[in-house]
Design a protein around this ligand. Structure first.
Ligand code: PMV
Length: 310
């Protein structure tokens, strides 16, 4: 029996289709290099500690998930779990989903349950429901499987193979927000204008497919302009803020080929296609950094959840 198990699960960015994916549209997402790490070892009871989350409240969904996993196997958890993370919380980068995936992965590796990536995504989605209410499952699926995926609720994710890897720029606005509240806000539009909302869902599906093709073929200018279009739609749907719009404008004015909010919005992060020239791309990141944003590059594709025992 191993003494210790570790699982590392990546965060994610949504390239196209957030919010509309909750209502059945197809979205495009990619795992990023920032990740959550969970170390699990044996103990008398269930103990979960996190250097990422301070309060006991934030650990409640984690506890619920682990208890659920054990209850499904007719036993009680007796393990100590330690969570560390390089993903900012409330930043729209899938920190809570990656935490759920890594918790399930570490428990599975320690106990020898042999859960595969699909099983980890499914288990993690249970934990996410406690936090978001009505998540589409895109965050947990992307974190578990990694890579770049076209995701539609209730269907197998479709993996997109890129001709060559691509570097994207992420900038955290510094404003945390609640995904659940934003989902409810955008859903109001569905109540007020049902047919308009339906056509926006259809258009989100088309834009996601077009983004996937542009990514596959390395057509960064096309990808960028589709992403900027995507931001405009999300703004009209109520997901953006003045701060996010300004951050998108700053990225575009600094030479990015496209930029949009990523994830639920209402704060959180902006995803941009940086200029092709690495020096120009670095200059944009420096500019965002001096304007006070936490800006970083991420290469896609990036692998999904990985577990091992020690
Ligand atoms: O901001 P995040 O990382 O929680 O992204 C949520 C994406 C939404 O489409 C807004 C919600 C969902 O569950 O798909």
């Amino acid at each position: 029996m191993p003494l210790k198990a570790v699982c590392e699960a990546p965060g994610k960015v949504i390239i196209s289709g957030e919010h509309f994916v909750v209502h059945g549209a197809t979205a495009l997402a990619a795992a990023i290099e920032r990740k959550v790490r969970v170390e699990a070892s044996w103990s008398d009871t269930l103990e979960i500690r996190s250097s990422a989350t301070g309060g006991k409240e934030a650990l409640a969904p984690a506890k619920k998930l682990v208890e659920y996993l054990y209850a499904a196997r007719g036993t009680k958890p007796r393990l100590s779990m330690r969570i560390t993370s390089t993903i900012a919380e409330g930043a729209g980068l899938g920190s809570s989903a990656a935490t759920m995936v890594a918790l399930a992965g570490a428990a599975s590796a320690l106990e020898g349950w042999g859960m595969d990536q699909a099983a980890l995504a499914e288990a993690a989605a249970t934990g996410e429901k406690v936090i978001h209410g009505n998540p589409s499952g895109i965050d947990t699926t992307t974190s578990a499987t990694g890579g770049v995926i076209l995701f539609r609720r209730g269907e197998e994710p479709r993996r997109i193979d890129l001709t060559s890897p691509l570097t994207l720029l992420v900038a955290f606005s510094g404003k945390k927000r609640s995904t659940g509240r934003l989902i409810a806000k955008v859903s109001e539009m569905k109540m007020t204008y049902p047919s308009l909302f339906e056509s926006l869902c259809e258009s989100a599906t088309l834009v996601s497919e077009l983004c996937a093709r542009a990514l596959k073929d390395g057509e960064t200018a096309t990808l960028g302009s589709l992403m900027t279009y995507n931001h405009a739609v999300l703004t009209r749907a109520g997901a953006s803020t003045r701060g996010l719009d300004e951050l998108v404008e700053l990225c575009l004015a600094s030479g990015c080929l496209g930029a949009k909010l990523t994830g639920a919005g209402g704060g959180g992060s902006v995803l941009a296609v940086p200029p092709k020239d690495p020096l120009e791309a670095q200059a944009v990141a420096n500019k965002l950094g001096s304007a006070g944003y936490d800006a970083f590059f991420t290469t896609i594709p990036t692998s999904g959840a990985r577990s091992w025992t020690e």
